[in-house]
Design a protein around this ligand. Structure first.
Ligand code: NAP
Length: 227
């Protein structure tokens, strides 16, 4: 049975990833900040282990790595993210919030991937997928505003591209994938896609990955996006 570790698995896209992978019979390691309060996650059926993880807290990351021991991870899904300054103008951009956002969205995923690279490299599928965003595509940055989130996702993409080279000799495939604007707490109620649809498509794209895709930026359908 393949295994997937999902960060931010208690709500939104992360919860839906956990639901769908568990329903397909995968071993799901569902990481979230507060397992005691993760009622929706605890209600899922299937092979599910729920572990505590604040991705920005190195002690929390260390505890998770210790709890995993020698387990292998076929797919590491770097999903946890924040968007702290929505529709923010240049003038309103807050430096402290931007730094927090950068920590969660860029630094934490790379440091977690570094800690778990051995567990992924020892697995059969050997895939690391970061949930990025089309708004991180530099080529498509035509309008101003919303600096922090867009710059975070562009930086996450760069970080995953570099990681793909770092881990190439170990046969690990690393890609950022954009799920599309989806109805979650972050995406809002007017987003065009449901979490079920976006996750179904992203899971399809993950399922079709080959090592040749490593270091590319992909859409929810697995087609290439411009950096
Ligand atoms: N929804 C969209 O339209 C959309 C579009 C493009 C990309 N994305 C990306 O998709 C991913 C999931 O987004 P979503 O829409 O599901 O957002 P969401 O509903 O707001 O959920 C965010 C998840 O991230 C977790 N998280 C935040 N900070 C964390 C930390 N320090 N440690 C561990 N977990 C943390 C949250 O946990 P808590 O419950 O503890 O806060 C929650 O589980 C994000 O990376 C987002 O940028 C979303």
């Amino acid at each position: 049975m393949p295994s997937v570790l999902i960060t931010g698995a208690n709500r939104g896209l992360g919860l839906e990833f956990a639901r769908q992978y568990a329903a397909e019979g995968w071993r799901v390691i569902a990481a979230c900040r507060d397992p005691a309060k993760a009622h929706d996650l605890r209600g899922l059926k299937g092979s599910l282990e729920i572990l505590a993880l604040d991705v920005t807290d190195k002690h929390s990351v260390g505890n998770l790595v210790d709890a995993l021991g020698t387990s292998t991870i076929d797919v590491l899904l770097l999903n946890a993210g924040v968007h702290l300054q929505k529709d923010c103008s240049l003038e309103a951009l807050n430096e402290e919030l931007w730094q927090r956002e950068f920590n969660v969205n860029v630094i934490a995923p790379l440091l977690l991937a570094r800690r778990l690279a051995d567990s992924v490299a020892r697995s059969d599928l050997r895939r690391i997928v970061a949930i990025s965003s089309g708004s991180g595509s530099i080529q498509n940055m035509k309008a101003g505003g919303n600096h922090a989130y867009r710059a975070c996702k562009a930086a996450l993409n760069a970080s995953m591209k570099i990681l793909a080279s770092d881990l190439a000799s170990r046969g690990v495939t690393v890609v950022p994938i954009a799920p599309g604007h989806t109805r979650t707490d972050m995406g809002g109620s007017n987003a065009p896609y449901t979490a079920e649809d976006s996750v179904t498509r992203v899971r399809g794209a993950i399922g079709r990955l080959t090592f040749k895709d490593s270091g590319t930026f992909l859409s929810r359908d697995g087609t290439p996006l411009p950096w």
